[in-house]
Ligand binder design. Structure first.
Ligand SMILES: Cc1cc2nc3c(=O)[nH]c(=O)nc-3n(C[C@H](O)[C@H](O)[C@H](O)COP(=O)(O)O)c2cc1C
Length: 207
């Protein structure tokens, strides 16, 4: 019989991480942002590539960025037939998140080093590999932020407004915006949403 190894501290950090949407305080110091980005860039990636690109978005660029993203989003909501008052609320909330984050990091992907397939099935799978890696990179940031006592949450809006984000931030055409991470100090009164206990009966099976 082998002994079961004791749980390691990293497992506590994984369990303790939460999406903290109530953020306050000054922007993170530049060295801290750079340290988090370097940790993101230790994520596993397909074919030994390094497909992640990060942008720290300065407060000065945020209003134009929120406007450009809002226009793109409104066009989608119009097509969906969403009432204007509801659109206004959604856009205002998104603007508050973009403008209000003490530090706002944009994560992008590039296709450098990915295999090129002529058929759609494999081309989509290959891009899926890069997206898996992006998720791993962002999780590194979220975990590292939590372990430093910072609050952070993922904002997926850039994925739905890639052209608007690229043009508002003058990014290279090859950079494909995926998500923001908002970072700052957790507000004392913020309580994360309830997180259901994972149920192995749902999430796991053996064959
Ligand atoms: C791909 C992805 C997109 C997400 N997009 C958003 C988002 O746009 N806004 C937001 O507040 N949280 C977003 N989240 C965070 C989830 O809502 C959050 O992880 C989930 O509610 C579980 O809460 P926890 O992170 O505290 O465990 C996103 C998470 C992932 C993985």
């Amino acid at each position: 019989m082998t002994d079961t190894p004791a749980p390691r501290p990293i497992e506590d950090a994984i369990r303790a991480r939460r999406s903290i949407r109530g953020l306050e305080g000054p922007p993170l110091p530049p060295e801290q942002v750079e340290a988090l980005v370097l940790l993101a860039c230790t994520a596993p990636a397909p074919h030994h590539t390094q497909p992640w690109r990060f942008v720290e978005v300065s407060p000065e660029r945020r209003s134009a960025l929120a406007t450009a993203m809002g226009e793109a989003w409104r066009a989608d909501l119009d097509r969906d037939g969403v009432p204007v008052a509801q659109q206004d609320r959604a856009l205002a909330r998104s603007r508050r998140q973009v403008e209000g984050a003490p530090t706002l990091l944009l994560g992008c992907l590039v296709a450098d080093g990915l295999r090129v397939y002529q058929d759609d099935r494999r081309a989509r799978a290959e891009w899926g590999l890069a997206q898996h890696s992006f998720g791993a990179a962002l999780q590194n940031i979220l975990l590292a932020a939590a372990s430093r006592g910072l609050g952070a949450f993922w904002i997926s809006a850039p994925l739905y407004a890639q052209d608007a984000v690229r043009s508002a931030l003058d990014l290279d055409e090859a950079w494909q915006p995926q998500a923001f991470v908002a970072l700052g100090h957790p507000s004392a009164d913020y309580r994360p949403f309830d997180r259901p206990e994972p149920d192995l009966g749902v999430h796991f099976t053996r064959r």
